[in-house]
Design a protein around this ligand. Structure first.
Ligand code: DC
Length: 230
């Protein structure tokens, strides 16, 4: 397929937000590859931090201890052969951060203001030179409010659970119904938290992917990018 890459000076930043399982990371990765942009998965950063604190038995209510050891936490996102590799203090945690334990706890750690501001500043640095597709919950509203293109991607809870279930390696450990409940609970925590809750930015384009294929969604976003450049 012909690359849609253009010269670096017309690079833009693309913010993709939405609830868990809406397809953000797959789509963001595909859009980045079509445009020869850098993909930044901010959820992986919250997951990496959660993994690190769980390893050290520091609960999400122990904010003082979390803030105390936060300077020791180094998170890196590296382009890998199978997508993005996530490292914590040099060790590869790409698989570990997708565990059920991290899934169950990440929204709680993501409510901690001090942790968020540290990760937000890292994310802003990554986008300074433009040409970034960043996905998360607060990218269009807080991290990159000036992003040239903002997408709020959603899909029904049932459809999002179906997609997550298909990609899970631990299917025998959780039933589909429990997964629906866990996703709905994560939505609730992400939407109701005080700091940077999940919400659609006023200037974001709403994209409901329930009945769309991956390629349809990617083509749609590429078209939006091309329209911006006209
Ligand atoms: O996208 P994900 O499911 O991997 O994200 C994991 C959790 O991290 C999600 O429940 C909410 C949190 N998160 C966040 O609060 N802000 C972001 N920008 C990205 C993720």
């Amino acid at each position: 397929m012909a690359s849609q890459a253009s010269t670096a000076h017309d690079n833009i930043n693309i913010a993709i937000d939405g609830p868990a399982g809406a397809g953000k990371s797959t789509i963001a990765r595909m859009v980045a590859s079509r445009l020869a942009y850098v993909y930044v998965d901010t959820g992986a950063m919250y997951r990496a931090a959660t993994w690190y604190f769980l390893q050290r038995d520091i609960g999400s209510d122990n904010v003082e201890q979390i803030m105390h050891i936060l300077p020791d936490l180094d998170i890196e996102l590296l382009p890998g052969e199978q997508g993005q590799q996530v490292r914590v203090n040099g060790g590869d945690v790409t698989e570990d951060i997708r565990s059920l334990a991290v899934n169950a706890q990440v929204s709680r750690y993501a409510q901690i203001e001090g942790l968020r501001s540290r990760l937000v500043s890292l994310q802003r640095q990554m986008a300074l030179r433009k040409g970034v597709v960043m996905d998360g919950r607060d990218i269009g509203t807080t991290v990159l409010p000036d992003a040239e293109l903002k997408i709020f991607m959603t899909a029904s809870v049932q459809e999002r659970a179906r997609r997550r279930y298909k990609e899970m390696k631990e299917q025998d450990e959780i039933s589909f119904e429990d997964l629906v409940r866990s996703i709905a609970e994560r939505d609730r925590l992400d939407q109701e938290r005080e700091v940077s809750p999940l919400r659609q930015a006023e200037d974001a384009i709403l994209l409901d992917t329930t009945d769309m294929s991956l390629d349809e969604v990617v083509d749609h976003i590429i078209l939006l990018v091309q329209n911006l450049r006209k």
